[in-house]
Ligand binder design. Structure first.
Ligand code: PAF
Length: 282
């Protein structure tokens, strides 16, 4: 595995590989790698000749008071895991190199942001599409891999490449879970022991929602209320449920009656970390 830190060097490597007729799979991450990231690498290796992984904690996608400075980082461990997973190029640019130009253009996501995480994280997805636009240009991938745990990010990145004609296929990858059902996330390490024990309630609440749909419940409000009630009961007073929503998948449109493919999504604010999860039900 080769580590590249300079944008220019990254671009030249990708250009050479593409000119030689090889394909590139790209796995963008913010590091602190876990099984979820490694599952993305596994898919990317299956479909492409070379795999680039980026590790970049992108300041633009963190709002004021969010956890940019305390976001977990472990460069040494990440390098080892990436190498063992078979990553060919680990791209680790600095903030200064990525954002060295004075900004005169702003990318802004105008749809799909008034719901789920977008509703409470203003500007977050603007930061995500900005960094991905740059990373796609620098790595020129044939395919880029995104976990479905962040279903809103997947929907917005799909819209980005469709609307701006990026020649890259966005490949969704299923959420990886611990045996308890808890979705694997870099932020799980921030949970206290007590909250870690409570956290599987997120997935259990989603399974409850799915069960209601399978049993024939079509009223989205009834499902939302039942899931929220379950979460409130299981998590207790010190944990705040940010949202429980049901939307169409993959377009994330509002619905009152469940029909076709839908996603049930939840976000919960523990004292030390905010966790999200979702389930897609057809
Ligand atoms: O999902 C993430 O880790 C980030 O949002 C991404 C896609 C790497 C962009 O910074």
């Amino acid at each position: 595995m080769r580590t590249i830190t300079l944008k220019q060097e990254m671009y030249l490597w990708a250009k050479q590989v593409k000119t030689a007729g090889h394909s590139i799979g790209f796995v963008p991450t913010m590091g602190f790698l876990h099984e979820g990231h490694l599952a993305l690498v596994e898919e990317a290796k299956r479909d492409n000749d070379y795999v680039i992984m980026s590790i970049f904690v992108n300041p633009l996608q963190f709002g004021q008071g969010e956890d940019y400075t305390t976001y977990p980082r472990d460069e040494k461990r990440d390098k080892k895991l990436a190498e063992e997973a078979g990553v060919d190029i680990l791209f680790m640019p600095s903030v200064d190199d990525m954002y060295k130009h004075k900004k005169s253009i702003k990318l802004m996501v105008t749809e799909k942001t008034d719901k789920l995480c977008g509703a409470t994280r203003p500007g977050h997805f603007d930061g995500v599409v900005t960094v991905l636009t740059k990373l796609f240009h620098l790595t020129t991938p044939n395919r880029a891999y995104f976990g479905l745990k962040d279903v809103q990010q997947f929907a917005i990145v799909t819209a980005l490449v469709e609307e701006f004609d990026f020649p890259v296929e966005i490949v969704p990858v299923d959420t990886v879970r611990e045996p308890s059902g808890l979705a694997i996330s870099s932020r799980n390490v921030k949970l206290t022991r007590e909250d870690k024990q409570k956290a599987p309630a997120l997935f259990n609440s989603l399974l409850l929602g799915k069960k209601l749909i399978i049993e024939g419940e079509t009223d989205a409000n009834v499902i939302i209320k039942t899931v929220r009630h379950y979460l409130d009961q299981q998590l207790g007073e010190n944990v705040e449920v940010d949202y429980v929503e049901i939307l169409t998948f993959p377009y994330l449109e509002d619905l009152s009656e469940v029909n076709g493919k839908v996603v049930i999504a939840v976000a919960v604010r523990f004292f030390t970390a905010r966790l999200i999860d979702n389930i897609i039900v057809d």
